[in-house]
Design a protein around this ligand. Sequence first.
Ligand SMILES: [Zn+2]
Length: 455
Amino acid sequence: MSAFWSATALLPAGWAQNVRFTVTDGLIAGIEIDTPARPEDQAHQITLPGLANVHSHAFQRGMAGLAEHRGDGAGGASDDNFWSWREVMYRFLDRLTPDDMEAVATMAYAEMLETGYTHVGEFHYLHNDADGQPYFDPVEMAARIAAAARATGIGLTLLPVFYAHSNFGGQPPNHGQRRFIHSLNSFAQLLEACPTLLSPGDRLGIAPHSLRAVTGDELAALIAMHPQGPIHIHAAEQQKEVQDSVAFSGQRPVEWLLDHVGLDERWCLIHATHLTDAETNALAASGAVAGLCPITEANLGDGIFPALRFLEAGGRIATGTDSNILIDPAQELRGLEYSQRLAHQARNVLANEAHPSVARRLFQATLSGGGQAMGISPGLSIGHAADFVTLNPAHPALHGRKGDQLLDNWIFAARRNCIDTVWKRGRKVVSGGQHFDSAAVTARYLKVVDRIMCE
Ligand SMILES: [Zn+2]
C-alpha cells in the first residue's frame, strides 16, 4: 500500500475530512487534507489511529473464564479474590509448553488487532520450564512471544520481567512461581539476547514485576542494567499488597517508588489502584503513566482507580488488557468511565472542557499515554507508523454520527462488528473485522485448549 485515503480521520489536531496519507516503508510520509481519493488509494470512510495495549500477559488468554465460579473454601465469596485467581493461574501454567505459549499468544494478538490495538506491551514473566529450570536458550519463551507478534503483525514492546521473591523483604519464591524466577545474572543474559527478537518498530523495556517480587537493591540493579526505554511495574493493585508494603517499609508501594526511584516518563505503573490523594497528585506530577486495566481490575475485584483526581492533576493514563479475560479497547475505556460514574454518582465524569466527549478525551489520553509507555510515537503524523483502524460505516450504531459522536458510539453503544479494517505499518492485517490468518490461528489455539483441559 502506498496511499490511504479516508473521508474522515482523527488527526492530532482533530477530525479532518478527505484525508490522504502517503506511506513509505510502513511510515506515514505525507498527509494532505481536503483532497479527493485517487483510483490507486485504499479508500475508507472513518479512520482512527491504532491504540497501544500497554499491559498483556498473553498466556493468560488460555485460562480466560476458568476462574469464574466460586471456590469451595468455607469463607464463601470472601475466599474468592485476586489471590485465589492466582492459584488457578499457577495450576494452568503447569502444563504450558513453549509451543502452547506461542499458539495462545498468537490467538491473543490476533484478537487485539481485530479490536483496534496495533501495538502490545507484553509483560513477559513465563521464563522457565515446568520444573522451574531455565531453558537451554534463555529466550526460548520470549522468542515465542516475538514470533506470535511477528506472525500476527502487531507491534511489540517486549517487557521481560524480573521476578525473584514471593513477598516484601526478599522472601523466597513459592512453588507456583518457579517458572518466573531469575537471578540478576540470568536476567542480564535474557536481556542481552532480546534485541535480536525484535521486528522494525518494536521496542525493548524492562519490567521489575512488583515490589513484592523485587527488592529495592535488585530494582536499582535492574534500572542500571537497562538505562533507556520503558520500565513497567505492577503497583498497589490490592489492599493486601499495600498493607504488606507498609508493614515492611512503613510506606505504601507508590509512595515508596516516588521516594526511592525517582519516577519519570520512562515509568508505567500498572494498576496503581490504591492511592492516597497525595500519591495521586505526586504520581501525576512525575510524568509516569498509570497503566489501567479496567476489565481485569473489575474481574479480579481490585478496586477503583481515582481517575478523576489523577486526570485533573495532569496525570497520564494508558490501558491494558492484563489477564486477557476479554480483549477490547472500547470496553476498557467504557469500563474506566463507568467505574467513575458508579463511584461519583454522576455522568460524563472524565470529560473536560477541551473534550466534552468522554470517549474522545479517554481515546486521546490513552493514545498518547500508551505511546509514551510503549516507547513509540502514537497518532497519525508524518514519520509515525502507518497504523490505521477503520470503523464500519454501515454499523447501525455509527449511522449518521460525525466527529466525536463516532467515538461516543463505538465506545458506549456499538457492541461488536464496529472495527472494519486494521493496518499495521501500512499492511492490512484485519479486514471485515477478521484477522487475515484467523482460521489457522484459532485452530491451533483450540488444539492447545483441548490438550491442556482434556488430557
Ligand atoms: Zn499484570
